[in-house]
Design a protein around this ligand. Sequence first.
Ligand code: X8Z
Ligand code: ZN
Length: 602
Amino acid sequence: MKKLILLALIVSFFASCKEENKDQASFKTEVQTFLDEYTTTYKQLYYDSAEAEWAANTRIVAGDTTNAYNVQKAGEAYAKFTGSADVIEKTRKFLESKDELDTVQVRQLNVILYNAANNPETVSELVKERIAAENAQNETLFGFDFKVDGKSVTTGDIDAVLRESSDEKELLANWEASKEVGKDLKDGLENLRKLRNETVGALGYDDYFTYQVSDYGMTRQEMLDEMNKMVREVWPLFRELHTWARYELAGKYNAEVPEYIPAHWLPNRWGQDWSALVTVEGLDVDAVLEDKEPEWIVKEGEDFFKSVGFDALPASFYEKSSMYPLPADAAYKKNNHASAWHMDLENDLRCLMSIEPTADYYETIHHELGHIYYYQAYTNPNVPPLLRGGANRGFHEAIGSLLGFAAMQKPFLVGKGLIDADAKIDQTQNLLKEALNNIVFLPFSAGVMTEFENALYAENLPKDQFNSKWWELAKKYQGMVPPTERGEEYCDAASKTHINNDAAQYYDYAISYILLFQFHDHIAKNILNQDTHATNYFGSKDVGTFLRGILETGANNDWRVVLKESVGSEMSAKPMLDYFSPLMEYLKEQNKDRTYTLPEEL
Ligand code: X8Z
Ligand code: ZN
């Protein structure tokens, strides 16, 4: 009798297990059907919207409302679908039982919710307003007629003056001209802050900054702490660079040594890259590129990626991209800040650039091709379209910058026949030049930009403090001050593209610079067995295999695991600091009788 009861129990146990398995299997199928259907519609609307945005960024005609109309229509359709109450409700419901689903399904559901939060149907009027306001802001920024002494100039012209001129009057005129656009953007920025905060607020995010940071699986405070840590880690070296630069620049302009650097003395509109202050004899990439055609530089970039084992770019890339500056007499303008586009989440890949044959652009081309090759690598059957993104956004920014950085090292340039193998290079000057780019960038990205946007979105910075806050941060983090009083009629922050159209994401770049050195350190030491300061990645299939391993999984992973498995450590500034450590001693020696004006610790 007992045996019988036991048997009955066992049978019913298995039956219920089977029942459960069947339930779970049909639940998974139900979710998969939902994901497949969502994906089909999503891809079409994404593509339509990308096409409208592409047109609006490559052909800005004053007074023509065609782009605005098309962007609005496509943007609204995309928003209506991704933010629909039905999609949100189903996704949330599915996620309640996420333990029964595959990890890849859960990841996709999370992406759907993340996308929805930017466009909730419950606030569709706000979303529509935001789409219109974003497009208008972009048109104002990139349709702007920059003028120096009454003559129209491009931002490329301004950048060349800031990099090359040593005529203070000319520098000041160009720097001031570059900031004029901010006045026209200030109201728009205030309005966008409101619209961005309110739209993501509808799905429970505290503010737009918090929303953007959540993409990393981090809280706002965690990101702020991470950024603060990065700045503090590079601070001792930055402080030496700042001191060196103050004395160097005072010498150049025959002026008293200033406590803080006047912004127009620096070779970049925002003081984010000071590398043009140093020319390294024998390694002058600007001189090498001077008489090259822009097309040639793009091909060089592609050639580098191909050499490590990536495919050639599709013909459509060259046909559809917009890579060169417009002719001076063009009747329209374009967005002249470099970007890379994955138009259809498949093989329609495009770059938007205004390439000039300079070292800056040489690096930028590699940067953009890094995005393009990332797109190409994760466009494969193992990565569902919804997960076709970087392991995190910082990874996406890091890959091309890594190759751009590597493509500036002497053995690479010698290998390509671009510089003379016998040229005697002053290694210290070269390291100084690299630090003036890579180290100097961190107080700007992790400090000024991140804190400004945090104040803007999360702390509701009053509009009449936009400019004072910007300069307060520039002084604190970059040791830089405006050349003259900049009142609240200006909005100098808004002269930076990302403040307008890549909102609350600039810490991506700080992260990317940190990752870049982690990847580079690993590649040099463990793959190439070369000195980190003198590598040549060209032609190394092992480098390609390493990179592909990261790229081809897209966002179908956990970025912390990807990092740990690829370089063997967590996110860390150590490789960057190791790389520049030989410079510290040199700078301390140079600065030994000089006065420091930045605090020893932040
Ligand atoms: O904006 C960019 C890229 C966009 S794909 C060109 N970068 C940052 C900037 O220009 O401010 C690259 C590094 C920093
Ligand atoms: Zn980028």
